[in-house]
Design a binder for this molecule. Sequence first.
Ligand SMILES: C[S@@+](CC[C@H](N)C(=O)[O-])C[C@H]1O[C@@H](n2cnc3c(N)ncnc32)[C@H](O)[C@@H]1O
Length: 240
Amino acid sequence: MTSMTDDTAKDAWIQRSRFKVHGRKKGILKRGETDWLPQRLQELSPPWATTRHETLTRWQADPGTARLWLEIGFGNGDTLTHMALHHPQDRLIGIDVFMEGFSALLRRIERMNLHNVAVEAGHALEILETRKIEALLDRVMINFPDPWPKKRHHKRRLIQTDFLDRLATAMTPGGLLTLATDWPDYGVWMQDHLEVHPAFTNPHGPRQPAPEPDLWQPTRFQQKGESAGRPILHLAYQRS
Ligand SMILES: C[S@@+](CC[C@H](N)C(=O)[O-])C[C@H]1O[C@@H](n2cnc3c(N)ncnc32)[C@H](O)[C@@H]1O
């Protein structure tokens, strides 16, 4: 059997992308992972359809009661798998650019015997655009996105107006976007962008933080922030 070299497999989607991906994205894959990862990723692709009803039906869920979730930047999949385990009637999609995280996530999905999780590799904005995702997502989670603390790197931050415009298109009216960060400056940046965005409203009142989401479980990046003494900010915005 032909096996891809480590570099080919790790870089495949990054080279295809027309969006610039910043920061760590290769990670360290164990020998052999490059053989099974691409195939497993293929098997776990979301059954995207043009309507939410059709997407959930294809995924053997009841569109009347199930919710469609997306986590952007799932890291090693702590939150995605935890939420999937506790919401077996719902369907959850994870998007990330970081190959090492996929390997951890896929192992966890198997260990936990989850059948309601799908994954996509690549830049979130590019996937939302190329898949033409419109009015499908009931719940979107963005937990501890890369903070890019230096001013000259702020343009690399995930939360930008054009990204929020695209996300708003992808979400259902009334859908909920939740965010968490341990970088106070990024928290203010998120609020600055979201509070003035015409498609989102803050259900907790102007510039108010949100309580921890239900069933919240601290992530690895939350733990890193807390051990460095940084407070955790949760935010929630409703798609109007
Ligand atoms: C700081 S980590 C946080 C991981 C996880 N949410 C947690 O709390 O442990 C940020 C994650 O976002 C991913 N990421 C960065 N830019 C992205 C993008 N444009 N689209 C999808 N994922 C992205 C990174 O690969 C990384 O896994």
